[in-house]
Design a protein around this ligand. Structure first.
Ligand code: PMP
Length: 381
């Protein structure tokens, strides 16, 4: 079986597993304890924090460790909204954001905040000017993803950050960087981002570890009450082994980023060509998008039927995003891009990883052709 669902999660790298296992076996101390066990754990945590910070070009004290990007996004959005509500209660985002951003914003809307969903174009990309034009005197936060997890569409984050700093410097800018880090340049401070979320398991690190970059000077209302860990922003004993594993995975991903993009772009372009040549399919990703994601629709076919047929043929891909693939709803992102319901329900995603080769892609292409040949009699047009 060949796995092509790296945007959902990646196999932890053997070196990361080894490092984490060693820490779990030998360094179980609580980093908040003041005895030797605690101090040794604290030292490891400090080193992990410096490593993560260096990988995205920020200061170690600007890193808040979390359990993953879902938590980072919740903390960034609700934490900023609650902390700065005296400035106003208006938030700007798009309809194509990950559920952990979209649902956080929708919850705030239920609590009385106002929300503007800036439209995306048919490629899923937001227009920088339209984001800036949506700013009101009571706007406190703009939250956008760097790379879309379903289609690979890239928002012009650097341009938006620049314009926001110029025209509305008091408005906070949060970027969900999960699908961009390790795939393209990730420099949240240079973009003008105030808050930036990452998850370790998308870059061959462990599940259950993530971070939120909080620019110096930005304050948040914590969502968890408890101890004073993570500068009081995230109570709870840190999982040192996982966080050291994340730091290692981030360093490896940052070092490999340029090469990763070069390798996967070749494979992605080849896959795009194959998909374009199959008349049953509609390609939803664009060459301008992320190097590791190819999204296409098979209108008239249930995506899960296509997925299971492909699995029988030896390849694993994804329907929508893993977080939403158990819901029968059409993809919110594809609908926002103007696709019809048939297209949005029949969405399939291939996502590539650092280990994929031309031979793997050839196997996948063969399976796609075989799948269409098998399912053609069942198509409903
Ligand atoms: N944002 C994006 C863009 C994602 O792709 C994901 C993972 N599907 C998340 C946030 C949430 O990350 P996690 O599952 O690690 O909480």
């Amino acid at each position: 079986m060949k796995y092509f669902d790296y945007a959902a999660t990646t196999p932890p790298h053997p070196d990361v597993i080894r490092t984490m296992a060693e820490i779990m076996e030998t360094q179980f101390g609580n980093p908040s304890s003041i005895h030797g066990y605690g101090e040794r754990a604290d030292q490891l945590l400090r080193r992990a924090r410096s490593g993560c910070a260096a990988a995205i070009g920020v200061k170690p004290e600007e890193i808040v460790f979390t359990s993953g990007a879902t938590e980072s996004n919740n903390l960034a959005i609700k934490g900023a909204a609650l902390r700065y509500q005296s400035r106003g209660r208006h938030i700007i985002t798009t309809a194509t954001e990950h559920a952990s951003v979209y649902e956080s914003v929708m919850q705030l809307q239920q609590w009385g905040w106002n929300v503007t969903l800036v439209p995306v174009n048919s490629d899923g990309v937001v227009n920088a000017q339209q984001v800036v034009d949506a700013i009101r005197p009571d706007t406190v936060l703009v939250s956008l993803m760097h790379v879309n997890n379903e289609t690979g569409a890239i928002h012009p984050i650097a341009e938006i950050g620049k314009q926001l700093k110029k025209k509305a410097p008091r408005v906070l800018f949060h970027v969900d960087g999960v699908q961009g880090f390790g795939k393209m340049e990730a420099t949240p401070a240079a973009w003008g981002a105030d808050l930036y979320s990452l998850s370790a398991h998308k870059i061959r690190g462990p599940k259950g570890a993530g971070l939120l970059y909080v620019r110096s000077g930005v304050e948040l209302t914590p969502l968890l009450s408890g101890g004073s860990q993570e500068q009081g922003l995230r109570a709870g004993t840190e999982n040192v082994a996982l966080l050291v594993g994340m730091a290692k995975a981030m360093r490896m991903a940052a070092e490999d980023q340029v090469d990763f993009a070069r390798r996967t772009t070749v494979l992605r372009d080849r896959l795009m060509e194959t998909i374009r040549a199959i008349p049953e399919f509609e390609l939803n990703s664009r060459p301008e998008g992320a190097p590791h994601i190819v999204h296409f629709s098979y209108p008239g076919m249930k995506a899960e039927v296509a997925l299971h047929t492909l699995e029988q043929l030896g390849v694993t891909i994804s329907t929508q995003s893993a977080c939403s693939s158990r819901s029968a709803e059409p993809s919110r992102a594809l609908l926002a891009m103007g696709r019809d319901a048939a297209c949005a329900v029949g969405g399939l995603r291939i996502s590539l990883g650092d280990e994929h080769t031309e031979e793997d892609v050839a196997l996948l292409e063969q399976a796609l052709h075989q799948m269409v040949a098998q399912l053609r009699p069942l198509e409903r047009r």
